[in-house]
Design a protein around this ligand. Structure first.
Ligand code: NAD
Ligand code: LMR
Length: 329
């Protein structure tokens, strides 16, 4: 191996998502089969014993690309010099809760981790928040890391993006690979807006291919937006392997770039595009080249989409006010 290992921090490392995520990072699915990785794993003290067991299993895989693993419960030590941070660790919701109900339970985690990253992360740090409520937790981390450029903080809506592709492919009886230009707008919550008006199926407009407004409004959108709750109802706990998969895909595309002619959904700090106010982290259609993401510009937003985007953005603004009141930002 010629390149130096990329230091990847992962929090909540003894949890469900990480039981899939860590093994996929270590096998090379994040950065490719030529890039060694060093894992820096953060947990709370009572979970360190379980995390030691996970590390034993990582050892037992003898992954050629895994250059080292460090674990700990001190964010400042674990995040020292890290290039990528995947902030997964947070309490998941249970049946009957909305993700916003987790704000006070989980918000404080991200003040501490934001300031630790600010103090010790590498200059090229990229931070992806998966722990819920992901958009607002990412905002909290960003606001507590004033020396890290704001655009280095993203939140995960790639799982919603993938869910939308899968639902559309099933409806049309096509392969998932036929679908491009899917967009999730807004919050990773039940108010999110999965947008078929700009998506394409084999290069043709997806909404026209579906040609069923009733399905689009009353089936597709709620199925995608409420899929997290449906998984909790079916599995008894929240999505894990699919969330790990989406976390890998988001970070991989952020580092290595998005495919030509397509875009992905990423929750990024708004620059005011599409009337989404600055100061929140909201999902947009994004492309990435040379490690920098850009919001796709120039899409026409009709009245239907406008109302849906505005509703989700209003929720993000409310979440921001709530964490301001809690003194977290
Ligand atoms: P889990 O309960 O199995 O694991 C969470 C882990 O985080 C636990 O091991 C816990 O000890 C650890 N943790 C708690 N506080 C911590 C801290 N301060 N520092 C480090 N670790 C800490 O939960 P999970 O199923 O792995 O889910 C993790 C989070 O991801 C939840 O908030 C869940 O709602 C969220 N999630 C988000 C998406 C998404 O698409 N954005 C999808 C699925 C799940
Ligand atoms: C999901 O979308 O599966 C996660 O955000 C978990 C949840 O609470 O829905």
């Amino acid at each position: 191996m010629t390149t130096a290992p990329v230091k990847v921090a992962v929090t909540g490392a003894a949890g469900q998502i990480c039981y899939s995520l860590l093994f996929r990072i270590a096998s090379g699915e994040l950065l490719g089969k030529d890039t060694p990785v060093e894992l820096r794993l953060l947990e709370i003290t009572p979970a360190l014993k379980a995390l030691e067991g996970v590390v034993m299993e990582l050892d037992d895989c003898a992954f050629p690309l895994l250059a080292g693993v460090e674990i700990g419960d001190d964010a400042t030590q674990v995040f020292d010099g890290v290039n990528l941070a995947m902030l997964v660790g947070a309490r998941p919701r249970t049946a009957g809760m909305e993700r916003g109900d987790l704000l006070s339970a989980n918000g404080a985690i991200f003040t501490a981790q934001g300031s630790a990253l600010n103090a010790v992360a590498a200059d090229d740090i990229k931070v992806l928040v998966t722990g819920n409520p992901a958009n607002t937790n990412a905002l909290i981390a960003m606001k507590n890391a004033p020396d890290i450029p704001a655009e280095r903080f993203n939140a995960l809506t790639r799982l919603d993006h993938n869910r939308a592709i899968s639902q559309l492919a099933a409806k049309l009886g096509v392969a998932v690979t036929d679908i491009t230009k899917m967009t999730i707008w807004g919050n990773h919550s039940a108010t999110q807006y999965p947008d078929l008006l700009h998506a394409e199926v084999s290069g043709k407009n997806a909404a026209e291919a579906v040609n069923d407004q009733e399905w689009l409004e009353n089936d597709f959108i709620p199925t995608v937006a409420k899929r997290g709750a449906a998984i909790i109802a079916a599995r008894g706990s929240s999505s894990a392997a699919s969330a790990a998969n989406a976390t890998i895909e988001h970070m991989r595309d952020w580092v290595l770039g998005t495919p030509d002619g397509d875009w992905v959904s990423m929750a990024v700090p708004s620059d005011g595009s599409y009337g989404v106010p600055e100061g929140i982290i909201s999902s947009f259609p994004c492309t990435v080249s040379d490690g920098a993401d850009e919001i796709v510009q120039g899409l026409e937003i009709d009245d239907f989409s406008r109302a849906k985007i505005d509703a989700s953005v209003a929720e993000l603004v409310e979440e921001k006010s709530a964490v301001q009141e809690l003194g977290l930002i």
